[in-house]
Design a protein. Structure first.
Length: 136
């Protein structure tokens, strides 16, 4: 469960409560344990994010892109709309890595991803299909 503290910070807690009874089986109170599991929850969220997004660009990876594009196809069918898929392959990208170093190649991919995110609408999908060094 998520709680918001007085200072506005959000925390996640886990609780376990049991009813306490006296010898005649009459309820007399509750006993419980509350644990702050915020760090565990954040670690789980981070693992989920890394499983579905490219670590370098933050864009959806092949797995998430597939899910998003399938959803877009179903939505287009449902509402009888058209859908376009646009693949971009960076020609001679290997030359950039080989001559300028992998750091330069990484910076180029990050900048391209940033520009796509800034240029496209919120409903548009852009992802990185890493095996092909492509952006979609």
């Amino acid at each position: 469960m998520q709680i918001i503290r007085k200072d506005g910070t959000k925390r996640y807690i886990e609780s376990s409560v049991s009813l306490q009874k006296d010898s005649s089986d009459k309820p007399i109170g509750f006993r419980g344990i509350v644990r702050d599991v915020t760090e565990r929850k954040r670690a789980e969220e981070r693992i989920q994010y890394l499983a579905t997004h490219d670590a370098l660009t933050g864009l959806p990876n092949r797995l998430m892109f597939g899910r998003l594009i399938n959803h877009a196809i179903q939505t287009a069918r449902r509402y009888q709309r058209q859908l376009a898929v646009f693949f971009i392959d960076l020609d001679r990208f290997k030359i950039i890595n080989d001559t300028m170093g992998h750091e330069a190649g990484d910076q180029l991919l990050q900048e391209i991803a940033k520009r796509f995110k800034q240029s496209l609408r919120a409903v548009d999908i852009v992802g990185r299909l890493e095996e092909m060094n492509s952006l979609c």
